[in-house]
Design a protein around this ligand. Structure first.
Ligand SMILES: O[C@H]1CN[C@@H](c2nc(-c3ccc(C(F)(F)F)cc3)no2)C1
Length: 327
């Protein structure tokens, strides 16, 4: 059995939310290939923090005795609580004994996120934060039902896309799929590009990072980022806006990763114009920004992933790998 779930972008493609049924309640979760915990807003939160969200009724649920979780995300946000076992359905696929992590505390950033009802982690289960015993991700729990141990993402700019589980949909991409090996030793979908380019400016330095659907932007070392925006007239690193901004009518340079020898994966300049900074100024915020101190790895987030149909292959032909094709 395979499955497909439709995922929809919030404003400015800030995050993509996908319906997940737990028990008989549907939650809209932020699928995150950069973490490995499935957690939901719950009735253990202060009532005002539950408002506007689907809420997991822990009183009707099967507790995992003595288990708890606490997670910290790359932007410094955090969440924590206790753990239940429940039936979880995504795109027609069912995991009967899925660890569902009920949020009892949320950091301020989550309190401001009016739309998502929690996260569904799709990184490797070694990254799961449940103690004393790590729990399996939804993907690991349904993997045996799938034709292939793969997740394929089609995230789009300002339009619904899909998460395919168990199969690769030829109708969703053009040209060849180019595969690159993944180093899963830190639990992420980590890969290395042999070189990269800003337009025609070839940089023959390798670049290692993670494919992360839960991060909105592309986060790179600050010197790399300043080199990118040197090509964009009027661009400046603005403390007021928290990163590089430029005139919204700027023509942005494409960003290319060279992988698997000589295959180019290119993000068109248009996708690197992330969004206007506000309604009055004609400044736009860049889709490539510097990775903050908390994050010690480059992150190829949604701005990167939107240009590609991406196959997260857990080992259909040996080790884990990522496949990229234009969409
Ligand atoms: O940790 C890395 C793993 N993937 C990245 C990720 N970050 C979030 C996140 C979602 C929502 C919020 C909030 F709602 F604004 F609080 C904050 C962070 N989800 O995945 C970073």
């Amino acid at each position: 059995l395979n499955g497909t779930a439709v995922t929809s972008p919030e404003a400015n493609d800030l995050e993509y939310l996908t319906p997940v049924t737990i028990g008989n309640v549907t939650f809209h979760l932020d699928f995150d290939t950069g973490s490995a915990d499935l957690w939901v807003y719950s009735d253990e939160l202060p009532t005002d923090e539950q408002t506007g969200h689907a809420v997991y009724a822990t009183t009707d649920s099967k507790l995992l005795p003595g288990s708890s979780w606490e997670i910290l995300y790359g932007d410094g946000s955090s969440a924590g609580g206790d753990v239940f076992a429940d039936t979880v359905v995504v795109g027609g696929l069912t995991a009967t004994m899925q660890a569902v992590e009920a949020a009892a505390t949320l950091s301020a950033e989550f309190e401001r996120d009016a739309h998502s009802d929690g996260l569904l982690g799709l990184a490797f289960s070694t990254l799961n934060m449940v103690k004393p015993q790590k729990q399996s991700t939804f993907f690991d729990n349904v993997k045996s039902q799938l034709d292939l141990p793969v997740i394929a993402t089609s995230l789009k700019h300002g339009a619904p896309g899909t998460y395919d589980f168990g199969f690769i949909d030829e109708n969703k991409y053009t040209g060849p799929l180019t595969y690159v090996d993944v180093d899963s030793s830190r639990g992420y979908w980590t890969f290395t590009a042999d070189a990269y380019a800003f337009g025609d400016d070839q940089i023959s330095t390798s670049l290692t990072g993670i494919a992360d659907t839960g991060t909105t932007l592309i986060l790179l070392p600050s010197d790399t980022v300043s080199r990118y925006y040197a090509n964009v007239s009027g661009a400046q690193d603005s403390p007021l806006h928290g990163g590089y901004v430029f005139p919204c009518d700027s023509k942005l340079t494409p960003f290319t990763l060279v992988v698997a020898g000589n295959h180019s994966v290119t993000v068109p300049g248009e996708l690197i114009n992330y969004a206007p900074v506000g309604s009055v100024s004609n400044l736009c915020f860049g889709g490539i920004q510097a990775a903050s101190g908390l994050v010690d790895i480059n992150i190829f987030g949604d701005v990167f992933l939107k240009s590609q149909y991406v196959v997260f292959d857990a080992g259909s032909q040996g080790g884990p790998r990522l496949g990229f094709a234009n969409q």
